[in-house]
Design a protein around this ligand. Structure first.
Ligand code: HPA
Length: 270
């Protein structure tokens, strides 16, 4: 099990001619960036030895490797969520595979509920920090010394210089982008209004069911990380209406254009 990511990377290396520098993990309905990858090579997860299959509606399950704004990139279209029943080692498999392939910077995206009442559905939020409300950690167990240290520092998990660069990019493009703290809940049920009030007190601005394990594994492996959330809905109890997965997908679809524009502008500046 522990060598799965190395075997996966070996398999992918045989299919591609480039060494990708930038990795992207694209959340539900946020895959538009892929249309801007030139000379794309598509590798379905189901072809890769040791990779699980994705199950969520709105998620593809494949890597796309190619050039984006002149940079060599690998995008993960679809991810493995903890709530689907995958264990944490499977959840972080794409990140570790990307690391072995040569990735130095990982751009992680997601859909999230707005916990900060000033936010609106459709807003984009650059993640400045996270709160792991799941109580689980992908690094639990024997440390993988060849990837990183036993006790990785998380002070600068979301690279401050790159955060500044993406915020400046947004401003230059005239895109209104928020900055905030992302809290991960395990899901798959959406939160209760009481849980959202708790997250507000803890200092969260957005809530979702992904990203945190991938960021921890990326930081552990020495990758720089940039995180961007698409606020697809106001979190439970903020508005007097129920939440649906359809609303999440629909809002992500509406925001996808600006989302892709921001990511492409940012990649161009790297
Ligand atoms: N809660 C948790 N995860 C989410 C939400 C939410 O409100 N919206 C999109 N993903």
């Amino acid at each position: 099990m522990r060598c799965v990511y190395k075997n996966a990377a070996e398999f992918i290396k045989k299919r591609i001619d480039i060494r990708p520098q930038v990795g992207l993990i694209l959340g539900s309905g946020l895959g538009d960036v892929v249309e801007n990858i030139d000379d794309p090579v598509f590798i379905d997860y189901k072809e890769i030895p040791g990779f699980p299959k994705t199950t969520v509606q709105g998620h593809k399950g494949r890597f796309v490797v190619g050039f984006c704004k002149g940079k060599k990139v690998i995008a993960a279209q679809g991810r493995f969520h903890y709530y689907e029943g995958y264990d944490m080692e499977q959840v972080v498999l794409p990140v570790r595979t990307m690391k072995v392939l040569g990735v130095e910077l990982l751009i992680i995206t997601n859909s999230a509920g707005g916990v900060n009442p000033d936010f609106s559905p459709g807003d984009l939020m650059v993640i400045k920090d996270h709160i792991n409300v799941t109580g689980i950690n992908p690094l639990r167990g024997k440390n993988m010394d060849d990837l990183g240290p036993r006790f990785p520092d998380m002070t600068y998990a979301y690279d401050p210089h790159l955060r500044c660069l993406i915020m400046n990019t947004a401003e230059e493009m005239g895109l209104k982008v928020r900055e905030g703290v992302y809290a991960m809940m395990p899901g798959p049920s959406y939160e209760t209004p009481a849980e959202i009030r708790m997250l507000q007190k803890l200092g969260a601005d957005a809530v979702g069911m992904s990203t945190v394990p991938e960021v921890i594994a990326a930081v552990h492996a020495g990758l720089k990380v940039v995180g961007v959330s698409c606020i697809t809905n106001m979190a439970a109890g903020i508005l007097d209406k129920p939440l649906t997965h359809e609303e999440v997908i629909e809002t992500a679809g509406r925001a996808a254009h600006n989302f892709a524009k921001l990511l492409l502008g940012f990649i161009e500046k790297l």
